[in-house]
Design a protein around this ligand. Structure first.
Ligand code: F6P
Length: 341
């Protein structure tokens, strides 16, 4: 048998570990693997390379993706979907494994509707894919966020400062909420819950009254103040999936707070530092299990599904169901935001 694999969308630590698992577990079951380069651009332009055991040797602990990635959307290109299907056929593939977030797997699902045998692996630091407890990459990004929080703490405490950490996540606040809890943030802001600058200011004053002369605020890039529908964007231009690049809410908040406090409030935008680097142990294990499960599901002819972690098991869940709605933080978890206020 012959399988293809690609990684699309924003990268995250753990993709290489999944590729290694696909190739190794595939070999064990007589499946030869080829890799398509740069997301859906690979099958669109037939950018393909063999993936042998030696190609995936030594990459378990390496972040990013040896295949490269892109946000190419073949459905936005005239005849794009047909070209992808033709190239996959030309490579004599029995099935394809698509590693990525909702955009990458959304394309996979639409192509499954046109007859493609495809299995998805959910991978995004945003952790916003439904029906899986964790997406690949989230745990590693969370580790980077927690480390940044720890570092900000020591300098904030030394200088008696209010510091803001802006983290990614698009419309989901998982990184901010869990990073805030793990890093002991004094204020946690997420896109799922509008914030009030006055309430944050009161919280800082309350800490002052308790002789805590510094505060750390963690804010997800997609967060918005009360009464505001628009997210702050770094670039107005949208990508091939219709997303603008978010960024800047931390600075907005710093300006608002500085006006009230009459002292500078400083911002750190963690940006790509939270997405790069080596995968955490949890992601190495998840990637290894997801990769092997993707091969296993394909051999059982379970297609148009993604590998999902449900409890401690990896299950095949229909892509259509998983992608039907996003996965924001569930309301019952909001208690973690103001647990100690
Ligand atoms: O979806 C993953 C993600 O890292 C988001 O958290 C973030 O908003 C976006 O990608 C950044 O995109 P880009 O890589 O285009 O800057």
């Amino acid at each position: 048998m012959r399988a293809g694999v690609l990684s699309g969308g924003g990268d995250s630590p753990g993709i290489n570990a999944a590729l290694r698992s696909i190739v190794r577990f595939g070999a064990k079951h007589g499946v030869e693997v080829v890799g398509f380069l740069e997301g859906w651009r690979g099958p669109l332009e037939n950018l393909v390379r063999p993936l042998s055991m030696s190609d995936v040797s030594g990459i378990l602990q390496v972040g990013g993706t040896i295949l490269g990635t892109s946000r190419t959307n073949p459905f936005r290109i005239d005849g794009g979907a047909e070209r992808v299907l033709e190239n996959l056929k030309r490579n004599k593939l029995d099935f394809l494994i698509a590693i990525g977030g909702d955009d990458t797997m959304g394309v996979a699902h639409r192509l499954a509707g046109k007859g493609l045998n495809v299995v998805g692996i959910p991978q995004t630091i945003d952790n916003d894919i439904a029906m899986t407890d964790y997406s690949l990459g989230f745990s590693s990004a969370l580790e980077a966020v927690t480390d940044a929080m720890d570092r900000l703490h020591t300098t904030a405490a030394s200088h008696n400062r209010v510091l803001i950490l802006e983290v990614m996540g698009r419309d989901a606040g998982w990184l901010s909420l869990m990073g805030g809890v793990a890093g002991g943030a004094d204020v946690i802001l997420v896109p799922e819950k509008r914030f009030s600058v006055d309430a944050i200011y009161r919280r800082i004053q309350q800490r002052e009254a308790q002789k805590k002369h510094f505060s750390i605020i963690i804010v997800a890039e997609g967060s918005r103040p009360e009464g505001c529908d628009d997210q702050v964007v770094a670039e107005a231009e949208v990508d091939a999936f219709g997303h603008a690049r978010l960024g800047g809410i931390g600075q907005y908040l710093a300006n608002e707070l500085s006006d009230r406090m009459h002292v500078p409030v400083r911002v750190t935008n963690l940006a790509y530092l939270q997405r790069g680097g080596s995968p955490a142990p949890f992601d190495r294990i998840l990637a290894t299990r997801f990769g092997a499960a993707a091969i296993e599901f394909a051999l059982e002819r379970k297609f148009d599904v993604m590998t999902a972690l449900q409890g401690i098991r990896i299950m095949p869940v229909p892509l259509g169901e998983a992608l039907a709605k996003p996965r924001p933080i569930e309301d019952w978890l909001f208690y973690l935001i103001d647990l100690f206020e």
